[in-house]
Design a protein around this ligand. Structure first.
Ligand code: MD6
Ligand code: FE
Length: 225
């Protein structure tokens, strides 16, 4: 199923979701989930986790992060940005597993491939405040997210920070696509339910978000002419 085909009211439980939001529940079966966790943890082993901090106050996030792909998202005193290497080692990020590129082809409804896969690790009381994903240069591509391990309570709002929000659970194997009119919707993770899954060694939840970062060359060329 493509994201485009599924937009306009795929239910999450019994609640209709806004246009551009697609929640594919249990999209990955148990075997696919285990394989993906193995591949991602193996790859992160080379890059290792880092603790991002907020630009303004330099306060640590409660999630730990790493990236796969040609670009990775980082946050520190200097701000939010994508860069080619790990903030501590400077080494390039490990490659994205083929299964993630294949997932993007299936659900993104976009002709390009993702350049970045942000890997978030949630343990215990880790959470993620309400935010927009807006550090990319191409909003025509969606952000595709994969949930692995413990269930998370996902909060989805509107285009303004103070718009009404709703929350629903993301369970292991779920894929969530934010695209089209929902590409810049505010969203966050209120909390995880520790112990709800034993998929991740040592417990917790891993979330993968696949992103297209750069503008397509055609767009750059037409903007310059
Ligand atoms: C998370 N997800 O599930 C955080 N962003 O841990 C996100 O921030 C997110 O799920 C963009 C699109 C889908 C997402
Ligand atoms: Fe996000």
């Amino acid at each position: 199923m493509t994201a485009r085909a599924a937009t306009g009211g795929v239910p999450s439980g019994s609640i209709a979701l806004p246009d551009g939001v697609v929640h594919l529940r249990h999209h990955l079966d148990e075997t696919a989930q285990r394989d993906l966790v193995d591949q991602v943890l193996h790859a992160i082993g080379e890059a290792f986790w880092f603790q991002p901090t907020t630009p303004r106050w330099n306060r640590p996030f409660s999630v730990r992060m790493s990236n796969l792909g040609t670009l990775g998202w980082v946050s520190d005193r200097r701000g939010y940005r994508y860069q080619k290497g790990h903030p501590e080692s400077g080494l390039p990020w490990p490659a994205m597993p083929a299964a993630l590129l294949e997932l993007w082809r299936q659900v993104a409804g976009h002709p390009t491939l993702p350049e970045a896969c942000l890997v978030n690790l949630y343990r215990d009381t880790a959470r993620m405040g309400l935010h927009q994903d807006r550090d990319e240069h191409d909003f025509s591509a969606p952000v595709v997210s994969v949930s692995l391990g413990d269930t998370a309570m996902f909060r989805l709002g509107g285009m303004e920070r103070n718009a009404p929000t709703r929350s629903f659970p993301l369970t292991s194997g779920d894929v969530l696509v934010l695209g089209g009119p929902a590409r810049l919707a505010f969203h966050g993770i209120d909390r995880i339910l520790p112990g709800s899954s034993d998929l991740i060694p040592g417990g917790g939840r891993i979330n993968l978000t696949l992103r297209r970062v750069s503008q397509p060359l055609a767009k750059i060329a037409s903007a310059g002419s």
